[in-house]
Design a protein around this ligand. Structure first.
Ligand SMILES: CC(C)(COP(=O)(O)OP(=O)(O)OC[C@H]1O[C@@H](n2cnc3c(N)ncnc32)[C@H](O)[C@@H]1OP(=O)(O)O)[C@@H](O)C(=O)NCCC(=O)NCCS
Length: 218
């Protein structure tokens, strides 16, 4: 019998479809595929697009860390603090992750998007489509008032995606990225008024179960 954990863990019921893309909460089978996409490379080794430089690890250490990240987010999901690190498929092929995460959402109605794609899938418009899809989920189905993001000044692709989708600059922070390395992070914020949906038609199912689980419809 196939494993069905949707009553125990309603995020597994969520489905977001946008043209050739589908996003869902990753099962262990999806985690296994994501681990291999990450291990094949998300960016050139000399670059570091992430605040937490998790892609400095390589090989099986990166595989373990990546799998444990998804399990930790599952284990810790609660109305007080939750993350949806959704697995993204393009024409059925696992290509990466589009996440949104938040704390105290019932009060703040705000959360931060983050994403990555395997290097083989960069530069084909997938990053823009998946960001539009998660923002449509956030605004149309989960009651977000705003979505934030951030990217280092040396990450033009991420900044271009944010700007195409309608995020506006929201301050800069000087941070230590890898040990001893200064990097400037550009804060970004998106509201429904500035959200540029492009021509994406985003279809969502399973949001009602998720809303109850995160305390929205009690
Ligand atoms: C960021 C990321 C998710 C974007 O996804 P993507 O599918 O490559 O993005 P898209 O193809 O939809 O759009 C990329 C845009 O950046 C632009 N771009 C890419 N490299 C650029 C450069 N060096 N200079 C200027 N613009 C650039 C592209 O022209 C495109 O804009 P356009 O459609 O207006 O031409 C992907 O590149 C990625 O996974 N990068 C590594 C991980 C990462 O940086 N994650 C985000 C951390 S903040």
């Amino acid at each position: 019998m196939p494993v069905d954990l949707t009553r125990a863990f309603p995020p597994f019921a969520l489905r977001v479809e946008a043209g050739p893309l589908s996003l869902r909460y990753p099962t262990d089978e999806d985690v296994a595929e994501l681990v291999e996409v990450a291990a094949a490379g998300i960016h050139e080794p000399e670059r570091m697009p992430f605040y937490v430089p998790w892609t400095e690890a390589t090989g099986d250490t990166l595989r373990t860390n990546t799998a444990q990240y998804f399990w930790r987010k599952r284990a810790e999901l609660s109305p007080a603090e939750w993350a949806l690190p959704l697995v993204v498929r393009h024409d059925g092929v696992v290509v990466g992750v589009q996440a949104v995460e938040t704390r105290k959402f019932l009060v703040t109605r705000s959360g931060e998007t983050g994403s990555w794609l395997g290097m083989a899938f960069h530069g084909k418009g997938i990053g823009t489509m998946m960001r539009r899809a998660i923002c449509a989920l956030a605004f149309d189905h989960l009651g977000f008032a705003e979505v934030t993001s951030g990217a280092f000044t040396d990450n033009p692709a991420s900044l271009a995606v944010s700007r195409k989708v309608g995020y506006v600059d929201n301050g800069r922070h000087r941070l230590e990225r890898r040990e001893g390395e200064l990097a400037v992070n550009v804060g970004l914020v998106l509201t429904p008024e500035t959200f540029d949906r492009g021509n994406a038609v985003v279809e969502v199912s399973g949001a009602a179960e998720l809303r109850r689980f995160i305390g929205l419809d009690e």
